[in-house]
Design a binder for this molecule. Sequence first.
Ligand code: GAR
Length: 192
Amino acid sequence: MVIKKIAILFSGEGSNLEKLLAALHNQVFEHCQIEVATTICNRPNAAGIEKSRSYGIEPLIIDHTLYGSREAFDEALVEAIHRSGAELTVLAGFMRFLTPYFTQQVKAINLHPSLLPLFKGGNAIKESFDSPMKIAGISVHYVSEELDGGEIIAQRCFEKSEGMNLEDFEAKIHTLEHELLPETVKNLLNRN
Ligand code: GAR
């Protein structure tokens, strides 16, 4: 059985990290077994750290505040990812801009809480909620040099319902994310 290794990068709550670990780590599929080779977090107090530990994976903390430049931080990330042997890196709530140093050396996908190319950037949920659009959704895309601008791999959408508040809206986004991200990673790797 071919083992395919992934790296997961996160910054905060880690709910998507947890869903990825539950659905994929050491799971056997038709064409491969997926192994989460490393988890990496840039914030030493992130709640997701404990979630990773609960799956027996001690996260690597690479604190961006300890690096003098974005490139120096990205160098540390790239080195750790390459060392892990991961062939695919999954950004699951990883809240840092990445430089070309990273994007040119690492094959990575990102989860974004809007229907790209709409509502790029760090305020996507609120902007999408406040927009006059009747639908909203989520995207998984390849990471490129352009923020939230790489090729779209998969999306899910839903209708905004009457009386939905921001909290309900966010919960709906997370529910869809928790299904789509593991499914997309599996589909990308479980091939001949
Ligand atoms: C998710 O909603 C993800 O789409 C978003 O951060 C959240 C992380 O939640 N990512 C971005 O906004 C990237 N620009 P989690 O820590 O519970 O997985």
